[in-house]
Design a protein around this ligand. Sequence first.
Ligand SMILES: N=CN[C@@H](CCC(=O)O)C(=O)O
Ligand SMILES: [Zn+2]
Length: 453
Amino acid sequence: MTSTLIHNIGLLVGTRPRGHGAAAGHAAAGPFADAAPHAHGAHAAGPLAGAALAHLPSLTDAWLLVTDGRIAAFGQGHPHGPQGGLVATPQGASPLPAVYRQLDASGALVLPSWCDSHTHLVFAGYREGEFVDKIRGLTYAEIAARGGGILRSARLLNETPEDVLYVNAWARLHECMQQGTGAIEIKSGYGLSVEGELKMLRVIRRLKENAPIPVRATFLGAHALPDAYKDDREGYINLIIEKMLPQIAAEGLADYIDVFCEEGFFTQEETERIGRAGETYGLKAKLHANQLHRSGGVQAGVALKALSVDHLETMGQEEIDCLKGSNTIATLLPGAAFFLRMGYPPARAMVDAGLPLALASDYNPGSCPSGNMNLVVSLACIQMRLLPEEAINAATLNGAYAMGLGEEVGSITEGKRANLLFMRPVPSLAYLPYAFGTNCIDRVMVNGEFLLY
Ligand SMILES: N=CN[C@@H](CCC(=O)O)C(=O)O
Ligand SMILES: [Zn+2]
């Protein structure tokens, strides 16, 4: 057993002792108060929604005990204070083991790591030429219509050997970890052929096996209609359903299924059909919805009982109302709206309607060539008017729930992985999104150990 006692923490943010969380259904009270159960869905434990999204418990002058890579205990004051200090458990025993390392956190602000629930970080080649085309005035849709965009990435990916994809994706994943990401979802969707999709998902499986942080895999065969099927939509959808899905399921390569439900890509009806096929293999849906148009993606997601609908740049009251009656998490990707110079999702209206929001990077070569979640949190505050507490919860606990990891990461809770961010001493929590573009991270902890740079 390896234990580390970290003390002299200036502010420990996102603290949630087990049994005091939303699941307990208690009214919030005291420093350990957690959010009231959200009004969104049948399960009390789950993502924070509506007003609860702004509720971010924290402890000043705190300590934290990490044992075997997990959060064992935490508290306020000096760990060696009255009654042996390390606050006694309800049974009266000190959680402090006989042997432990000590670490002075020097007044750091400590947060749970970012949980990035939407990325496409396995890809071949960058698309900075399209970036310049966009500066010159072409739209994302125009670039796609000229054979650029996703189809260009698909051509490159199919030409690239699996090992090369793996090495490059590993480097990107490591960069995300250095920027504070402690759990991540990665999609396929640049293969668009049986071999290409399987190749991507096998790369993601290798990342899953070798990365020290949790990785979730999503099958996105329905990302675009490939060149080979441009006159045969039905043929490609059948290929997804009859060839790709059975093989992916047989090899256990995916946790979720995704469809790009968008004009020029897949319709609401096709999205539901592909989503239902995924369901038969135990893959819950996480959809690309309402990015460029009110495409019916939200409605498809709700009909499929999707874990999340992602993007949501184009939303009306109808879509907000539709999400209200569901358990589907609304995941916003402000990095993509920023990069594409689009309008942002109506985040405030969504929170005010009582929805649970998550924030993710959408790291991909076309619409968001950055996996920096610190920037995502800043954009959410600056451009979508989320409060710092709301944005941090959306990028940690709710992000974790948006990839089925809500019990494993996303908050400082006993038993969860010690995937934590040690920020430089900063004047306040709000300083983090305020000082956009500034690297406030001093050290990143993964499974109780500091990441080496
Ligand atoms: N919108 C669809 N898919 C990606 C973009 C992929 C690309 O342009 O390569 C996204 O989430 O933004
Ligand atoms: Zn995406």
